[in-house]
Write a protein that binds this ligand. Sequence first.
Ligand SMILES: [Zn+2]
Ligand SMILES: [Zn+2]
Length: 346
Amino acid sequence: MRGLVYEGPWKVGLAECPAPGAPTGGEVLVRIAATGICGTDLGIIMGACEAKVPVVLGHESAGEVVAVGDRVRSLAPGTRVVIDPTFYCGFCPMCRTDRPNHCEHKGDTETGVSRDGTFAPYYKTEERFLYPLAPHVSFEAGSLVEPLSCALTGADRLRARPDMRTLIFGAGPLGILYSHALACRGLGGALVEVSAARRARAATVAAAGWRITGSAEEALEDAFGRPTAEVDVIVDTTGVMVEKGVGLLARGGQLLTIGLRRSPCTIDALRLAERSLSLIGSVDSLGTFASAMHLIESGRVPAERMVTHRFALDDYREAFLRLGCDLDQRTYSAGAEAMKVVLQPA
Ligand SMILES: [Zn+2]
Ligand SMILES: [Zn+2]
């Protein structure tokens, strides 16, 4: 079969790759109907995020079961499913202390990063990593369950109170999903996005109680009903606003950073200590997949409307271009108008 193979920074293209064999035991073979392009994919392609070479990219997926091993009980051929792409063994010290998102075997099992992913027509996984998808939800919307589950996990790491002044940096898909994840915990505030095109899109899909602003300064001036110089919670989805964010935190403030790209910055340890600040990271999802399924299936998160572009796998160059990533020119420009761009491999 043909998949989208990464062979080094800016070296990505359709290539022949091994098709997964017939499933045995608890394994399930899935035909991939939709895989969303994630910021992590862009980071890998640009060389800002590490991946195995070569590897088939792609990890935010939904599809249909085509075959099951003899120990599979809950799924049958034809079942529509969403894939949890983050493998965990269940037995290592991290898994046995409730941290399977840091499973010690993840280094060579992470879908689309260290193990062949889902920008390909077929993918084999285990029954325990699949969630049946309600018939009224499209595969494309289903592909947003994984990033939403990551946002819910990040939100779980914050001590949240509804009166906290909150900023989200970046109004791409993750910023929008974070507005919903935080709204579930009673938080509202401002999404800060430099791209006017993205601000316009964000206004139609962000959670209620969230304003869209062009700069942090603008948000401080009017997003909280009164001018303020500081905020209590910041979520940086861009990975490059940590330094600026720390400078905006009020005493006791919390900054959550989730952008998966290398971005060194300088932080004054004195400021962290004397203001009792918390700097928090979060990766992948931890017990939040079922909640993410519920929020999308119930329509509380407008996943269908967040998917702005769909492309056949063959048209991947055009798809990446819609996100500002020009694979021919090897250039990237942030702030594309597109929200979620989905490839349809099968
Ligand atoms: Zn992702
Ligand atoms: Zn483990």
